[in-house]
Design a protein. Structure first.
Lengths: 228, 228
């Protein structure tokens, strides 16, 4: 059976991506990377979802001591209440230096070691925070790196980067996730590590927009408001 | 003063590269990545050299649980006695899946977080083991990834990959290192984690070739033969 490594943070997008990979017929090797993020509860979300699916799941610990991001450094503020126009205009301090390159290189290593033919990542370049490493041209460049820089690539065994959500809006991601049975209530998207999502950071706002436009209530919000 | 991140394993090539970066006038941020290699004594070599130079040195622990290389898995044999022709013909089992992509992405992250303008790596595509991620075309592809996938890159602040040894033979590397005062006796190149270099693995053979052709005795061999 064909195998795929799936970068899996436990958020809405990466969980939907993981379900897409399964729908495509892949045996999924889920890969979660803890890189020192303050909102480490997403790791726990990933563990629960992977365990409930009964899939193979690697969690790699890799703290980035140089920080340089509001996701890594509690001294830096996570922006709240940014409008969509603001998200499209400037890269926020939640950007983590070269994060997706670290993720993709780790995933490529895992994929090559396990003879997986694809590597799924839940990046999105439509309803997103403006991160440079979520854009199609970046993924194409990394695809080239994998082709040239791996033994598999030089032998013609392509490890393809698959980013099924890349050009979708959040509404359609929510609808696709729903159709695939994604357990939204177990996912975690908020950049802050609170007990309930803050509702104000870019990630919460984009998620809320998706559920609102899809006409589906976000179960996390229901849980939060009922005190769970 | 201009800063550079230098990937630094404690071997002959990366130590020479670090000395080159200093000669070029950079304040060097040395970065050593422990990725689960059996020959972890190179980490200790790196610590000693960095300490003696009094430079900033980060050691990141990042075990790759999927192994897939003779450097990570003691069940796999490290090839010995390979001829130069064999080294040029096939990629050996000491290849670590996507290792240089992991190294370069970590280094790019560090460089961006610390506003360094260059990133030095001691790869060599002449006297080497045939690893695909040591070739010029691979480095060019990764350069493109850094440009597209970092905030710095999108703002026109180039983080340049510098590989000063890329097209040199081992003899010239040894001679350059000698002229720069590289403490060869503190470096570690052997793939095996013994007390003295094995003299038989690709890395030992290439090192010996360099010293022999440069007409310089390798101080490590003298130490080994005198029982130090």
């Amino acid at each position: 059976m064909k195998k795929a490594v799936c970068l899996f943070s436990g958020g809405l997008d990466s969980t939907t991506t993981l379900y897409v990979a399964r729908q495509y017929g892949y045996t999924v090797l889920a890969l979660t990377i803890y890189y020192g993020q303050c909102h480490a509860c997403e790791i726990e979300a990933a563990r629960v979802i992977a365990r409930d699916l009964g899939i193979e799941h690697q969690v790699i610990e890799l703290s980035l001591p140089w920080k340089g991001s509001a996701l890594l450094d509690t001294d830096l503020s996570i922006p709240v209440g940014r409008s969509e126009a603001e998200m499209n205009q400037c890269i926020p301090p939640t950007y983590v230096p070269a994060r997706n390159s670290i993720f993709l290189s780790m995933a490529a290593s895992y994929a090559e070691a396990r003879c997986a033919e694809s590597l799924f990542i839940g990046v999105n370049a439509v309803d997103y925070s403006g991160y440079p490493d979520c854009r199609p041209e970046y993924l194409a460049a990394f695809d080239h790196v994998i082709r040239l820089g791996t033994k598999a690539g030089t032998e013609g065994k392509i490890i393809r980067i698959e980013a099924p959500l890349l050009m979708m809006n959040k509404k359609d991601i929510v609808l696709w996730g729903k159709s695939l049975g994604v357990p939204f209530e177990k996912t975690w998207s908020c950049y802050r590590g609170g007990k309930a999502p803050c509702g104000e950071c870019d990630s919460c706002q984009l998620r809320a927009k998706g559920f609102r436009e899809a006409g589906i209530p976000d179960p996390l919000e229901i849980y939060a408001s009922s005190g769970h």
